[in-house]
Design a protein around this ligand. Sequence first.
Ligand code: OGA
Ligand code: MN
Length: 200
Amino acid sequence: MLPISAASNWNIHQLCDDLNDNGFALLDHAYSDDFFLQIREECLENLQEFKDAAIQNGVVSQIRSDHILWINPELPTAYQHIKALEVLSDLLNQNFYLGIKNVEAHFACYNPGEFYALHRDNPQQKNHRIISTVLYLQEKWQENWGGLLRLQDKHGNWHLIEPHPNRLAVFQSDLLHEVLAAQQQRLSITGWLRSDQNLW
Ligand code: OGA
Ligand code: MN
């Protein structure tokens, strides 16, 4: 099944209820096994292209140590995930009038010991990120491997979210969160639903 059809089958009512109640939602088995394997494969094939996320405009930040690769149509499988996130954006716009107009996403690889310290994806409404999404691309994940997403919900309660294969985490971009160091390589795609126009 293509990601776009998968997205139209997501339990959007549950997702909207969870987002509304807590500011975040988890969607397990987001895609078919076939597509999941394909997108994971595309990630693995391109690992040599990933760049240090800590270095932006030549400045090195201490807050994160992962490696990323921005997704564009030249990564056709991951680009389909962007298309599915566009379907999700339309559904969220219909339910919450969020005014989402654009989706951006990058692959991320955390090697053992790498992390992303406490942050918000959209601090003080500084950028146009409204909703953050993370699709986890591990083949399997064991509890003792670490690599949890630690997220504060909109009521101030903390949650530990395991990066299960084929799980899509969806949360408000203004929520505080961090990625705890993992003992194994941890692969994912972070995607943001934004209220500004297409950047490219
Ligand atoms: C991010 C992020 C969370 C995760 O990329 O901004 O917070 O679980 N990712 O990978
Ligand atoms: Mn983040």
